[in-house]
Ligand binder design. Structure first.
Ligand code: GLN
Length: 491
């Protein structure tokens, strides 16, 4: 790790703006770091060396010309391979999109470029963002910098591992059921899921459109807030984008960093109570609750009786939407095509392509979703799950009449060994027990490091009402001021 790779995004941007270093130097240091460590970590699927250096040179030219630069100009960022990048491979961790170079940038990537950040490359992920460990990536698993025999979480494990291994100070993830927050928790980094519709889905390869939410990943709460502010806000190209400005998450993070939470009421969800979480996770969480109390927060217990049905509801709604969204990967329009020898029917080619192009977890979800939506079963499964979703939303609404935000462990267990849960999908699904409710509701959630259990990071989740993303940043920054940031011992 060289000095610049150990810095926060805020520090790097300050040095670039002051002319004390150049964006090219910063970028080269991170490219060197990737070359040195990514063989052990596997965070990146594609490193865009030329593109990154060109973007960095452009920032340096603008600075030399005296242009006012934004608060993240010259800062490198790693982008989850779920977002389209013009001319740069986008695989979504799947063989079915191998070799696809999209003809356009997603809105998030456009905004990253406009902010003067420097995209280093694309990060590894579970195929189509389905998973909690990156082991379902068609290109091999990423590894956790805290212990390379363990998973870095998923689906955005590549982005989180890149941060924890100091390969990038900022990264982008997407969160459908926890894929930003859970990798953040198990790698000791910060991951925020914005309010649904607060960040644009234009150019985000769709998994479950009513849940998918791109968002920021960083090593500090303030860096995550700066990234959130840079990528968020209304986008006319996304019909579910919220037509309102991003709440002032940066000011909230700065306020939180003063370490004063007096007057803030935080709720602990009774139904999450310990039972689903490892003892070491609960110990770290309870210590964090004490720390929050010392900072002035008032803690109350809140019952959210329908949260216990969130996981089953999610595993009907998300696969249903996925079975529809993934119908477009048919071997005709994008990427892979198998068996097109002139003698086969279109249906045969589609079937062979999908058979060869999708991995087992994606196939499982497509089959589950197709079944849940099929005539005769629709009301019993998909319809019922939508009703549960409404009840969960009501639980949140009632809770937020009593408290400003809810807190919980982010995930029931610390990073598990590679291979430990791949043979039992249900064990893998449990990783998102605490993160899924806020996806079903649509409100924001953030994971911030709260301590260690047996030397591995534990995350605390803060959940806030929709469009009150600023509240969760305030609480997370306050906790960070008490707990500090975490650095893997080996690095
Ligand atoms: N792990 C969850 C799943 O497998 C969540 C994924 C996500 O948020 N993209 O569906």
């Amino acid at each position: 790790m060289t000095d610049v790779t150990a810095m926060t995004a805020t520090q790097i941007a300050g040095l670039v703006a002051a002319g004390e270093t150049s964006a090219v130097e910063v970028t080269q240091a991170h490219l060197d770091r990737i070359a040195a460590v990514d063989g052990q970590i596997g965070a990146f699927l594609h490193v865009d060396t030329e593109g990154a250096l060109a973007a960095a040179r452009a920032v340096d030219v603008r600075r030399a010309a005296g242009e006012e630069l934004g608060p993240l100009a010259g800062v490198p960022v790693a982008v989850k391979d779920v977002l389209t990048t013009k001319g740069v491979p986008t695989t979504v961790g799947s063989k079915i999109l191998e070799g696809w170079r999209p003809p356009y940038d997603s809105t998030i990537v456009q905004r990253l470029r406009a902010a003067g950040t420097v995209m280093l490359g694309k990060t590894n992920m579970d195929e189509f963002a389905m998973g909690s460990s990156t082991e379902y990536s068609a290109y091999g698993a990423s590894r956790n910098p805290w212990d390379t025999d363990r998973i870095p979480g998923g689906s955005g494990g590549g982005s989180a591992a890149a941060l924890a291994a100091y390969e990038a100070p900022l990264a982008i993830g997407s969160d459908t059921g926890g894929s930003i927050r859970q990798p953040g928790a198990v790698t000791g980094t910060v991951g925020a899921k914005p309010t649904y519709g607060g960040t644009s889905r234009y150019g985000l390869v769709a998994f479950s459109s009513s849940l998918d939410t791109p968002g920021p990943c960083a090593r500090t709460v303030l860096d995550a807030a700066l990234l959130h502010a840079a990528i968020g806000g209304h986008d006319p190209r996304d019909s579910t984008s919220v037509p309102a400005p991003v709440p002032d998450v940066v000011a909230a993070a700065k306020l939180g960093a003063t370490g004063d939470l007096s007057g803030v009421r935080l709720g602990i969800v009774t139904e999450f109570g310990g039972e689903g979480a490892e003892p070491g996770v609960m110990t770290a969480f309870n210590e964090a609750v004490d720390a929050l109390t010392k900072l002035g927060a008032e803690i109350v217990e809140i019952s959210c009786p329908h949260f216990q049905y969130a996981l089953p509801a999610y595993y009907l709604i998300a696969p249903s939407e996925c079975s529809s969204n993934l119908a477009r990967f048919d071997g005709v329009r994008f990427g892979l095509r198998v068996g097109d020898d002139g003698n086969r029917s279109l249906e045969e080619v589609m079937s062979l392509t999908r058979e060869a192009g999708f991995g087992p977890e994606v196939k499982r979800r497509i089959m589950l979703g197709t079944y849940a939506l099929s005539s005769g079963y629709y009301d019993a499964y998909y319809g019922q799950a939508q009703k549960v979703r409404t009840l969960i939303t009501r639980d949140f609404t009632a809770a937020f009449e009593r408290v400003d935000a809810l807190i919980s462990p982010t995930t029931p267990f610390v990073a598990f060994p590679l291979g430990a849960r791949t043979s039992d999908p249900y064990q893998m699904y449990l990783a998102d027990l605490f993160t899924i409710p806020s996806n079903l509701y649509g409100g924001p959630g953030i994971s911030v490091p709260c301590g260690l259990s047996d030397g591995l990071p534990v995350g605390l989740q803060v959940m806030a009402p929709t469009m009150a993303d600023d509240r969760m940043y305030r609480v997370a920054a306050a906790l960070e001021s008490a707990v500090g940031t975490l650095t893997p011992p080996a690095l």
